[in-house]
Design a protein around this ligand. Sequence first.
Ligand code: SAH
Ligand code: SF4
Ligand code: F3S
Length: 470
Amino acid sequence: MSFLAEKNIFISPEDKALQEVYINSIKNSLSGQTKYAMVETYGCQQNVNDSQRIEGMLLEMGFTLTDDREKADVIIFNTCAIRENAHERVYGNLGALKHVKARKPSLIIGICGCMVQQPQIAKRVKSKYRHVDLIFGTHVLWKFPPLLSEVMEHRERVIDISGDGVICEGTPVNYDGGAKAFVSVMYGCNNFCSYCIVPYVRGRERSRMEEDILSEIDMLAKSGVKEVMLLGQNVNSYGKDRGEENGFANLLKKVCLIDGIERIRFMSSHPKDISEELLRVMAEEEKICKSLHLPLQSGSSKVLSDMNRHYDREKYMGIVKKAKELMPDLSLTTDIIVGFPTETDKDFGDTLSILREVGFDSIFSFIYSPREGTKAAEWENVSTKEEIDKRFRTLLDQQNEISYKLNLRHEGNVEKVLVEGQSKTDPDMMTGRNYANKIVNFKGDESLVGQIIDVKITKAQTWILYGELK
Ligand code: SAH
Ligand code: SF4
Ligand code: F3S
C-alpha cells in the first residue's frame, strides 16, 4: 500500500474522512424526513457499478431511492461519452427535466460521469442547462457527499471535474441484491485506440489491490451472490501498473477459491494483452465461465493498425485458435465498429469474413462516431453515410444467421442456468442465463430465483434458448 500511496493512486485518509463527514452531515440535516433520490445510468457496466456507489452514498445519507422523476428530490445522471448518441440522449433527458424543476424548484439535478469529464461538454451543460445544480467528473466520484452538501446548503451551482484518477476504497455500494454482482478490478485505460474517448475521460490504468477485491467478493458471496463479473477496460492489464506480470490470471485463481462464488466472468479483454496463462486458467478453473468477450473492432489488419489496436487479423485468429483448443465449448463475443474513417468496402469484407471464420455467438456492433479530441476525429471518412448504413445492415443480417446456427449447438444439452426471475417477454416463463450468458427461458416458479439449476435446452432461437427443468 505504501508504494502505491506514494504514487497517489489511493485517496488520502483525510479525503476519505471528508466523504464520511459529509455523508453524516447530510444525514443529520435530513433528520428523519423522507427525501427521494434517483440515479439514471448511461453507458457501460463500469458506469453501472459507479452508479451503485452513488446510490450507496445516497442511501447512507438517508435518502430513499426511487425510479420516479416526479417524486425525486435529487436526480443524478451518470453519463457516457462513447458515441454521440449517448450525448444526445442525455441532452434530451436534461431538457425534459427543466419542466420537472419548474414545478418543483427545490429539486436538485446533478450530472456526472464520462460525458461531463470533457471540459467543453461541462462548459456547454453549465451555460445551456441552467437548471443543472451539480456537475462532477469521473475522478471525484468519492467527493459526491461534500459536493452535494455544498449545493444543498448554499443553493449554488457546483462544478468539479478536477483530479486525475484515484481509487477510493470503502465507498458504500448499493448492490441490487440479486445473485449477480459487478466488481471493478481496475479503472482507466492506457491504450488510446484512435477512435476512443475512454482514456481521456477515465484517466490512466490503476488497479485495485488484490486484498480489497477479494474481500469485496467474499462479502458479496456471504450475502448470497453466486456470480461475479470482474470489470475493467482492459482486465488483462490488471496489476501491470505496479509491475506485476499475469496479475489478472493470478487474481482469477484467488477469486475461484472464494466459497459461495460459483460463476466468474470478466470483461473486457484486449486481444493485444491476452496471455496464454489466462486462457489456461480459464480452461482449468471450473468456476470461470467458458465465455470470452474479445473485442475485435475490425477484420482488416490495415484498419486495426489505423485504430492503434496493436494486433492484426492473424494474431487475433491465433488467440481464437488457442482458446478453442483449450476450451472446445467456448462461447465468444466481440465488439465491431463499422464505418471507421479509413474503412473501405474491401476492409468491411474482411470484417464479414473474419466473423464467419471465428463464429461469434453474438456481437455488439456500432457505427463509428467521431469523438472530439481523439486522433481519428481529425480524419475524413472515405465512405459515405449510405455506404456505412448498408454495411451495418449487412453485418447484422450475417450475424443473426451465425448466432442462430451457433445457438442450435445448445439443443439437447443439459446446462446450468442461474435463474433471474420471470421472463419479461413471456410471463408464463422463468428466465436465466447459461454459462455463455445466453438467455434461457423455461417453465418454473419464483422459488428458483437466485439458484443455479439444470435445464435441458429444447429449442434455440437467434436471441433466446428455451428449455425445461431437469
Ligand atoms: N475497453 C474495451 C472497450 C470499451 S468501449 C475494449 O477495448 O475492448 C466499448 C466498445 O465501444 C468498443 O469496443 C468499441 O467497439 C465501441 N466504441 C468505442 N469508441 C467508439 C466510437 N468512437 N464509435 C463507435 N464505437 C465505439
Ligand atoms: Fe477505448 Fe481502446 Fe481503451 Fe478499449 S482499449 S477503452 S477501445 S482506448
Ligand atoms: Fe461510456 Fe465511460 Fe463506459 S464513455 S462506455 S460510460 S467508460
